[in-house]
Design a protein around this ligand. Structure first.
Ligand code: CP
Ligand code: NVA
Length: 326
């Protein structure tokens, strides 16, 4: 059975298939909201949250309903997991009652253990290490803004926004080497994209994940580079991505990280170093005045609302793909 735990488990063709399916589900939904209800009719999505969420919860719950199914949301602390029931016991009980499960938790190993004991597909809704559904929503937005390789030219044409093809994107990530960067590393490596990362000394992405991505990049011809200088990373790029400097669970590092990261704010001066048609992305929630300035966040180049709304569409595509590939 296929799960959606990390993008490393997917081939390039499978990523293209999920993206094209998501574009098609989105286009159908925008034409006729009822058309999506055939995909998950009378099915149930279970969700477990061990960290807070706004977008992930609403998009998966709304998505399950729009696909014709239902959703059950469990907050980890209110369940027996919160009182120490083994994850493998919860997995075997829940997966006998629902058709698919999304989990947001801390350790990737915990999610993987849940999947090992589950009899239904498991989706990663964010762990300390990865946020794969988010970066596919980012990619959908990038494609909609006209930046895509020929791999996506057929599915991208579902949307007229995409018909003005610009180029294969040069993507720069500025900030903390966190779960978003880790998922972007695999995505860029699988698809053969140019992906530049600028992080402060000591806050680079995980070494093992970076090495795996660099190995994958040899066969895909992806260009992956790391620097400590945001100006180098963003020079003439098409996409600038950042994220909070303080991920969930790191609240005790706040004062220390704010001091270290202050040169990594995506402001107008940094945006000006990117290409003229560059766009700005942020998975949200955003902390204005820290990782991004108010002007950039609210400015014309910012596509953060489109990106957030695409969570709904890409996750419906992922759920449908998992249904079709069990
Ligand atoms: N981007 C994202 O996953 O947002 P939430 O934490 O609100 O779900
Ligand atoms: N890196 C952030 C993403 C939030 C959606 C975190 O893990 O908190």
């Amino acid at each position: 059975m296929r799960h959606f735990l990390t993008l490393k488990d997917f081939s390039k063709q499978e990523i293209i298939d999920i993206m094209c399916l998501s574009f098609s589900v989105k286009a159908d939904f925008l034409r006729d909201r009822e058309s999506n209800t055939k995909y998950f009719r009378n099915k149930i999505l279970g969700m477990i949250f061990e960290k807070p969420s706004t977008r992930t919860r609403v998009s998966f719950e709304a998505g399950a309903y729009q696909l014709g199914g239902q959703a059950i949301v469990l907050m980890g602390k209110d369940t027996q997991i919160g009182r120490g029931e083994p994850i493998k016991d919860t997995a075997r009980v829940m997966s006998g009652m629902v058709d698919m499960i999304m989990m947001r938790t801390f350790e990737q190993e915990k999610l993987e253990e849940f999947a090992t004991y589950s009899s239904v597909p498991i989706i990663n809704g964010l762990t300390d290490l990865y946020h794969p559904v988010q970066v596919l929503a980012d990619l959908m937005t990038i494609i909609e803004c006209g930046f895509y390789t020929d791999d996506f030219k057929d599915c991208a044409l579902e949307f007229k926004d995409c018909s003005q093809k610009k180029s294969s994107p040069i993507i720069a990530y500025v900030g903390d080497g966190n779960n978003i960067v880790h998922s972007w590393l695999y995505l860029a490596a699988l698809l053969g994209l140019e992906f530049r990362i600028a992080c402060p000394n000591g806050y680079s992405p995980d070494e093992a994940i970076t090495q795996t991505a660099l190995t994958l990049a040899k066969s895909s011809h992806a260009k992956i580079s790391l620097t400590q200088d945001p100006n180098v990373a963003v020079k003439d790029c098409n996409i600038i991505i950042t994220d909070t400097w303080i991920s969930m669970g790191q609240e005790d590092q706040k004062q220390q990280k704010i001091a270290i990261f202050k040169e990594y704010c995506v402001d107008q001066a940094l945006m000006a170093k990117a290409s003229d048609d560059a766009i700005f992305l942020h998975c949200l929630p955003a902390y204005r005045g820290y990782e991004v300035s108010e002007e950039v966040f609210e400015g014309d180049k910012s596509k953060v609302w489109q990106e957030a709304h695409n969570r709904l569409h890409i996750q419906k595509g992922i759920m449908v793909w998992l249904q079709q590939n069990q």
